[in-house]
Write a protein that binds this ligand. Sequence first.
Ligand code: G3I
Length: 340
Amino acid sequence: EGLRAIAARRGITYGAAASTRWLGRDPAYDAALAREAAILVPEGEGKWDSLQPRQGQFTLREMEPILAFADRHGQAVRGHTLGWHTAMPRWVWAALDGAPAARAAALLEAHILGVLGMTRGRIRDWDVVNEAIADPDLLPDQDLRDGAWWRAIGPGWIDLAFQTARAADPEARLVINDYGLEADWPRAAEKRARMLRLLRGMRERGVPVQALGIQAHMPLDQPFSPAPFAAFLREVRGMGLEVLLTELDVIEPAGQPLRDADIPARDEAVAARAHAVVSTALAEGCRMVLTWGLADPHSWLNAWAPARRADGAVVRALPLDAQYRRKPFWHALARAFEGR
Ligand code: G3I
């Protein structure tokens, strides 16, 4: 029995990021995704460069295999992501260069309308804006990241994205997604405060944001304190918003490659961290949890690591190992979903 069934019994939706780098190419990967995940999120195939590679040319070519797979296996699909400061093709950067705000706004609107026009009815959950809050240590004096859309349109770019998304698809759940809200990074409290200020303003202005996606890339070398995290989730829920964990994994300390002998202890630490954050979120009413991939060799974190192990993975960041065997992380999720 997979995590999808265990979670579903408690009314919880569990899923994972999927990638066409492996989907349809590795039968064991496909089987694991089908067994474990009730919802898939394309790791890259829902980003601007995949969906509108040339101006005005909207295509689901890269995403379609994931949508078709999900149909065949009774899975939902999340959309990730409409407005972001990266993963955009060169033509967008060229078009934004020196563009007046109105022209930049028209580009963003056209993208959202074009994409949701293709996915309406098939994707019911969208990250409309991703990573819009500035990291306090990098940008002490303003709440919002000084990314491409902020620079071109101004702080109103976020409201515009949500209003456009609502007009384009009246049924999708519209989510704002971000990182750095989960662990006790030195300035996590300030990042949470910034997100709360943004969300409060959006609610006051009647902007149709419905949920906060918490990425939950959990750094193992930073502490995690359930109480402030729970208080933050209560504040968000108190505004009438849902909360979800969208990209859970555990970031291990950088440095030397992990020795085989150290793997059991590492796996226990990773699992304990995952259990702590997931059980805290569930206790605060979170009903959807996605991990950023399912098996270790596919984690984006491998790209950071210095040396590759024989099994193709250097990190122990995800629920399954390179042979798709269940790790302590998997059991930690099962226990959290069962309320243990
Ligand atoms: O598609 C090209 C391929 O043709 C080429 O051979 C290869 C060589 O580098 O690059 C491929 O593109 C890469 C793509 O992943 C697919 O592997 C991009 O360079 C690389 O930038 C891209 O990274 C992704 C990153 O987002 C940027 O889009 C990661 O896989 C993905 O895990 C990561 O996911 C993000 C979330 O969207 C937002 N939250 C954080 C999370 C982790 O960084």
